[in-house]
Design a protein around this ligand. Structure first.
Ligand code: FMN
Length: 201
């Protein structure tokens, strides 16, 4: 199974990207893992008008990685209680054919005790047209400056987080396998109807 970790901070060398790199390097049962740090890409802002799918090589490279993945991890800092605009932009730009019925794990990060809001926000209202499936497990990386910095955990909080990441990756891998079986079951009629009902209600 192939994993794609997408970090959505707007800041280069961000703490969220640091945590994404940790996950990318500790992929557990996944055969392959890739990391996209959205602030490193010069993606256009989605406006439903521009022909970015044909005109933006940066987008085409990102879309190819999304298409290849069996499971995604979306990671966003909590800024002013909300998810990062770059993460939401990516979801708006994504092609249903590349995302539908793939499991996604949501991760919120915070320099303090928060980080819950963006996970709740993405779960509730950001995935509809992608048909990505948020798995029950999620992560909130609290006090992010203090964790995942060294090769070994520096305290119990750091260790607990690493253990939970490991568990979450294994669960996500199970969902990736199960959802691959679901995706390959669709017949031609169901594939066509999926386009007809692409936007939900
Ligand atoms: C403008 C701004 C607003 C922030 N708002 C929140 C917030 O509402 N809740 C919270 O827990 N952390 C907040 N933080 C802290 C970020 O969550 C923390 O810096 C982030 O997880 C790591 O950001 P990075 O990945 O861009 O380095 C805020 C940080 C900035 C710069």
């Amino acid at each position: 199974m192939k994993l794609l970790v997408i970090s959505g901070s707007h800041r280069k060398n961000s703490q969220t990207a640091k945590a994404a790199k940790y996950i990318n390097n500790n992929k557990n049962a996944f055969k392959q893992s890739r990391h996209i740090d959205l602030c490193e890409l010069d993606l256009p802002f989605w406006d439903a008008l521009s022909d970015y799918k044909n005109s933006s090589p940066v987008w085409q490279a990102a879309a190819a990685q999304i298409k290849e993945a069996d499971a995604l991890i979306l990671m966003t800092p909590e800024w002013a209680g909300t998810a990062s605009p770059l993460i939401k932009n990516l979801l708006l730009m994504s092609d249903l054919a590349d995302t539908a019925h793939k499991p996604v794990m949501l991760v919120g990060t915070s320099s303090g005790i928060s980080g819950t809001y963006p996970v709740a926000e993405l779960r509730m209202n950001a995935l509809k047209n992608t048909k990505l499936i948020p798995v029950p497990d999620y992560l909130i990386v609290r006090y992010i400056d203090q964790v995942l910095n060294e090769q070994q955990a520096v305290d119990q909080h750091d260790q607990n987080l690493r253990d939970r990441i490991s568990y979450c990756l294994d669960m996500l891998n199970n969902y990736a396998q199960a959802m691959l079986a679901v995706r390959t079951q669709f017949n031609e009629q169901e594939k066509q109807l999926q386009q007809k009902y692409a936007y939900g209600m």
